[in-house]
Design a protein around this ligand. Sequence first.
Ligand code: ADP
Ligand code: GN1
Ligand code: MG
Length: 367
Amino acid sequence: MDKSIKAVTNSFNIKNEIINIQPFGNGHINDTYLVTTEGEEHKNYILQRKNHHVFKDIPGMMENIIRITNHIHQILVDGKVANHQDKVLTHLPTGSGEYYQVDQDGNYWTLCNAIEGCKSYEKISDPRLAYLAGKAYGEFQKQVSSLKGKPLNVTIPDFHNIEFRLNNFHKALEINFQDRKVEAQKEVGFALNLAEEMKTLLNHQRFGELPERVTHNDTKINNILFDEDDQILCVIDLDTVMPGLFHFDFGDALRTAANTAEEDEKDLSKIGFDLDIFKSFSQGILEEAKNILTNKEVGLLPHSVKFMAYIMGLRFLTDFLEGDVYYKIKHPKHNLQRTKAQFKLVEEVENQMDLMKQIIAELAGSA
Ligand code: ADP
Ligand code: GN1
Ligand code: MG
């Protein structure tokens, strides 16, 4: 066990002896560890080294997370929900009362209770699970919609702002690390062709036609924890919760849940968009959130799936052209492979767009 990681972990208010710390999860940005402890009250923890090059204001981020989790905790207690400790993340403070610890190298660390007996999925093939996942993100939306007080801190400015992402993409084309543009010619062309269409949500937002809400902004399907019986426990990975559009959460969840292959699938023929998963997830989320959504928001839900697959592909492509400075990669062409997979998904989604619109209209009762 790494001594410095153990020392950081011990700076949080943990009662029991640490017996093991091991790497956990497969995120692209932060480093996650499972901390095992022993003692009377056997308890495990999730330790994270937050990437402070990506999250430039970690105190602000943790302030958001504590506000949100306290708020959800209160809703669960008021509603007398059983096992509420497993239905929202609980972070621990350090001895000095902060919810993060800075180590000697300037790295930021956080610690929360591990939820026992949980599992998460990278993609989903069972419509019943997709329905529950929709319920989970819909309920999360409802819970955070009643958060009072000042607006949340913006943890990453312009996170899903397509103009900002396109500007970065154009800068990356100039950087053209190791002349990678040549290899990515087809994908660069794809990105440029769709650029105007992908400003749809932003344009509606600018015309005041889409309300800004509190959104999660990283609703990959693996950010929902299920219990052993596949019942929903909670929504995790709250680093990017901040003001945003409902579409970001809807689109990102389906980009991962309804994709028939992995996010970085190499064999593009395996990538498809599962309409049954789309339908079940949409049913779940709309059952929870339909009443808070405007007709305009509902009408743009199918487009949001295409948008989120596109913006992820664009960000992976940008990183490839910049020389892999943002996302963790497992091999040299990983970001290009991710781009190809996301752009293939964009095409697959587009092929089903009419059916998706029909499904949403039926579910929203406006068909
Ligand atoms: P990342 O930003 O890297 O995706 P997450 O916060 O999603 O980080 O955590 C990574 C993984 O660790 C999750 O996919 C989940 O499997 C696991 N995990 C995170 N928090 C908890 C928790 N409180 N209890 C149990 N497992 C957790
Ligand atoms: C990153 O690290 P992870 O997996 O939670 C990224 C998301 C992307 C995702 C793509 C802060 O999330 O925006 O959707 O990779 N997070 C950040 O898999 O950039
Ligand atoms: Mg995650």
